[in-house]
Design a protein around this ligand. Structure first.
Ligand code: NAD
Length: 261
């Protein structure tokens, strides 16, 4: 649905060339924004930037590297004069086993990409937003930041921290007219989750646990990101918004009525 809600806005989407980030980037471009696709994947970045046209600019960046993130912010400021919206979305998953088995390097890499990156980007971009008189930040957390999963320790820790960091950012920067919110997607069909297709009946089993009985589509998350970034959400900051087909709505306790005579 094309509109001009973000006409003239400058948006950075980290992890912006695949899955949720690519859907968000498309949404912002369709709504009139200039969008910086900040991603480590050069090949997909060049392809998506070519597809989206002159409103999109791909900038290769490892968000887990502070220097690269600072360079990114400087380059965006030079090119566009500032930043209005930051979607901190780059992320990696992690199995790796329970804590005794989990490799220390994996722990650090997951925390770096999924958590430290959010700090780095906020550190680099908030001063630019302040110069412009305000802005909006949307962090992609996860329902895995609201509760634990089996064998997902580092991911659970990182996403839980992103949620509480979002609240702290909201407090610190409300006086600067910068709103900071987080989204918590449930299972979304993206390249990140594509491997579950090859794991027997995992996808069906997973979807049975979702009240809406299906995985979400990246666009269904992108629309919520765009809402949070827009003036329509002008009184929202520090909010943690679940986008999960109802997965977190239940306690997990059985449906008692099915057992009554
Ligand atoms: P995806 O793999 O399709 O996209 C992630 C993007 O991040 C990729 O383009 C990748 O190249 C980029 N990226 C990875 N490491 C990077 C780095 N160091 N620097 C820069 N870019 C990097 O995955 P997705 O499902 O779209 O996930 C996007 C976000 O949503 C992640 O933070 C993920 O944890 C979160 N999330 C996904 C789901 C889901 O079910 N797909 C659920 C909850 C949360």
């Amino acid at each position: 649905m094309a509109d001009s809600k973000f006409e003239g806005k400058v948006v950075i989407v980290t992890g912006g060339v695949s899955g949720i980030g690519a859907a968000t980037a498309r949404h912002f471009v369709d709504a009139g924004a200039r969008v910086v696709l900040a991603d480590i994947d050069g090949e997909r970045g060049a392809a998506l930037a070519a597809e989206l046209g002159s409103a999109a600019w791909f900038r290769q960046c490892d968000v887990a590297d502070l220097d690269q993130v600072m360079d990114l912010a400087e380059a965006v400021a030079d090119r566009f004069g500032g930043v209005d919206i930051l979607h901190n979305n780059a992320g990696i998953g992690c199995l790796g086993g329970t804590t005794p088995e989990l490799d220390v390097g994996t722990w650090h890499r997951v925390l770096s990409v999924d958590l430290h990156s959010v700090f780095y980007a906020c550190k680099a971009v908030i001063p630019l937003m302040r110069q412009r008189g305000g802005g909006a930040i949307v962090n992609t957390a996860s329902i895995s930041g609201l509760a634990g999963d089996h064998g997902f320790t580092a991911y659970n820790a990182a996403k839980g921290a992103v949620i509480n960091y979002t609240r702290a950012l909201a407090l610190d920067h409300a006086p600067h007219n910068i709103r900071v919110n987080a989204i918590c997607p449930g299972l979304i069909a993206t390249p990140l989750t594509a491997p579950i297709e090859g794991m027997g009946t995992l996808r069906e089993t997973w979807e049975r646990g979702i009240p809406m009985r299906r995985a979400g589509m990246p666009e269904e998350v992108a629309r919520v990101v765009a809402f949070l970034a827009s003036d329509a959400a002008s009184y929202m900051t520090g909010s943690i918004v679940v986008v999960d087909g109802g997965a977190m709505a239940g306690t997990g306790q059985p449906k008692v009525a099915d057992f009554m005579g």
